[in-house]
Design a binder for this molecule. Structure first.
Ligand code: HXC
Length: 510
């Protein structure tokens, strides 16, 4: 018995040491924490229960029989984050570069399967050189097993990927199928093929950082949702982020206590929209003024800035915010913003998070680059996402709601539950100038008449009353009253029940 206990302790010590002190020091010298240190920061103190600490790979080729480390380069298990159960895996770069073997993959699959059974989120802390090269197809099979589980878990339990080191080749496709990807600046990168291959095939010279670093993926590709300065910041924000989410698709997101009164009026909002309809204003200001304590967990802030997305709380309950941003491209919808918002709307819908939509949209962005890029299909993604969403939907039109973009942005016609307009709202097929240029084309050489027609059009449509008369707007509210109204409506909608017709699945315009 004593021998076994001693052996157990030795094995545990070996597992905890991973690839050894030298490699741990190297990891630290790159500003990175080790796999276990990361889990310590992520989970409530002392709550992480490790599984499969003694698992070893079964490869004998290329001298691998002598290269076994208990745990095989990934730490897996579960614990609590602010009291709620979460499963996680954390790849250990000090063990064979965190590379994924068949055994390593089986450990990840085991916690994913268990998370599905109990309905708890899975967080992956990725720091890996990819497929274990010595194992060949065994590791490829392992990846595919993980991919399959990512897909089955999608929409059932929240899945979050934190990229904290290399993530290259086909390995990127597991994070890509999770709900959110966060990255750490300067120490993480993701690409399908690295700089060397890029140079050989396309003759482009590009650094690892430019090709797939955190800044690239949060500002150019939109692959990642946020970039953090270092491991500690990343993991602390991750804890905060998890607090917004339900544990699974059958639960509602957790309600937090708040000191911020739901009835708070915000008088400064009455002057947020400038009198001149072509001047921009910052939609972020509206978000910060209506959400609990001005706390907005914005996602993808540096990508497709013409739309803002993120999580916040209203009256203590999590909401997803989607808002056109007049400061960027006048708030037009384009390819990137449509994709960005569509995926977020679908996430909220899958996980019972009500959606608050703030609308100031002059339409879809015109131009050949948009048309050639497939704005028709991409814009349709957002339309589809809003139309299929059955969660509570509250919409506020602050100013422009023109054309197809009016329909798309959670309009009444897409089963918006409560749709408001501010007095400054303009709801029309297009802006007065464009409309008159088309309707009165034959009078275009008569500036006086054109001016008169423009004024007439503006007087008729540059207000919320035509839509109000048709019941497409439930009420015209004063800007200062916006928070109070939304909080009341969300309370009223708490037990909303709406189901889509049975189907195997819809055919989202991918
Ligand atoms: C086995 C690996 C490994 C791998 C790294 N190591 N990657 N062992 N399989 N994939 C080992 C190294 O041999 C080294 O061992 C230790 O990990 C640390 O690696 P270093 O190279 O010293 O670290 P660094 O200089 O930081 O470079 C990191 C790296 C590099 C850029 C990730 O190691 C690298 O290029 N690795 C190969 C990446 C790769 O091609 N992977 C396959 C991708 S294809 P020692 O003993 O010296 O410490 C793929 C397909 C997936 O993943 C398909 C899914 C469908």
């Amino acid at each position: 018995m004593q021998e076994i206990t001693q052996l157990l302790e030795e094995k545990r010590a070996a597992a905890r040491l991973g690839g050894g002190q030298k490699r741990i020091d190297t990891q630290h010298s790159k500003g990175k924490l080790t796999a276990r240190e990361r889990l310590e920061v992520l989970f409530d103190e002392g709550t992480f229960e490790e599984w499969d600490m003694f698992v070893e790979h079964n490869c004998h080729d290329f001298g691998m029989a002598d290269s076994r480390v208990p745990g095989d380069g990934v730490v897996t298990g579960f614990g609590t984050i602010n009291g709620r159960t979460v499963f996680a895996f954390s790849q250990d770069f000090t063990v064979l570069g965190g590379s994924l073997s068949d055994a390593h993959a089986r450990k990840i699959c085991k916690i994913m399967d268990q998370a599905m059974k109990v309905g708890a989120p899975v967080i992956g802390l990725n720091d890996s050189g990819g497929a274990r090269i010595q194992e060949g197809v065994g590791s490829l099979a392992g990846y595919a097993e993980v991919f399959q589980r990512n897909v089955l878990a999608s929409g059932v339990i929240p899945q979050i990927s934190m990229i904290m080191g290399p993530c290259a080749g086909g390995a990127v496709y597991s994070p890509a199928m999770t709900d959110f990807i966060f990255m750490v600046k300067d120490s993480s990168y993701m690409f399908v093929t690295g700089p060397e291959v890029v140079k050989t095939v396309t003759h482009e010279e590009v650094t690892q950082e430019d090709l797939g670093g955190a800044v690239t993926h949060t500002s150019k590709s939109g692959v990642a949702d946020l970039a953090f300065e270092n491991d500690i910041e990343a993991l602390l924000y991750l804890r905060k982020f998890v607090d917004f989410l339900p544990s699974n698709n059958r639960e509602k997101p957790p309600v937090a206590k708040t000191q911020d009164p739901a009835s708070r009026l915000e008088m400064s909002l009455d002057t947020l929209v400038p009198p001149n309809a072509s001047l921009p204003y910052d939609m972020r200001e509206l978000i910060l003024k209506i959400t609990d304590d001005g706390d907005f967990f914005e996602l993808q802030p540096d990508y497709a800035g013409n739309i803002l997305i993120g999580l916040a709380r209203m009256d203590g309950a999590p909401v997803g915010i989607v808002a056109n941003q007049p400061m960027v491209l006048a708030g037009c919808l384009d390819i990137d913003s449509s994709r960005k918002a569509a995926r977020f709307v679908r996430f909220c819908d899958a996980f019972n998070i009500p959606i608050v939509t703030l609308v100031d949209v002059p339409g879809f962005l015109p131009g050949t680059s948009q048309e050639y890029g497939g704005i028709i299909k991409h814009g349709a993604k957002l339309l589809y996402a809003y139309a299929e969403a059955t969660v509570p939907k509250v919409t506020i039109i602050t100013r422009k709601a023109y054309g197809g973009a009016y329909d798309v942005m959670s309009s009444k016609h897409l089963r918006g539950d409560v749709n408001y307009a501010w007095p400054s709202a303009e709801i029309a097929v297009m802006g007065p100038k464009g409309a008159v240029e088309i309707i009165f084309r034959q009078e275009r050489d008569n500036p006086e008449k054109i001016e008169q027609h423009t004024e007439d059009y503006r007087a008729k449509f540059a207000n919320p009353f035509v839509a109000g008369a048709m019941g497409y707007i439930d009420d015209v509210i004063m800007p200062h009253d916006t928070r109070r109204q939304i909080c009341r409506d969300l309370r009223m909608l708490r037990d909303k029940k709406l189901e889509n017709p049975w189907k195997k699945h819809g055919n989202l315009p991918l």
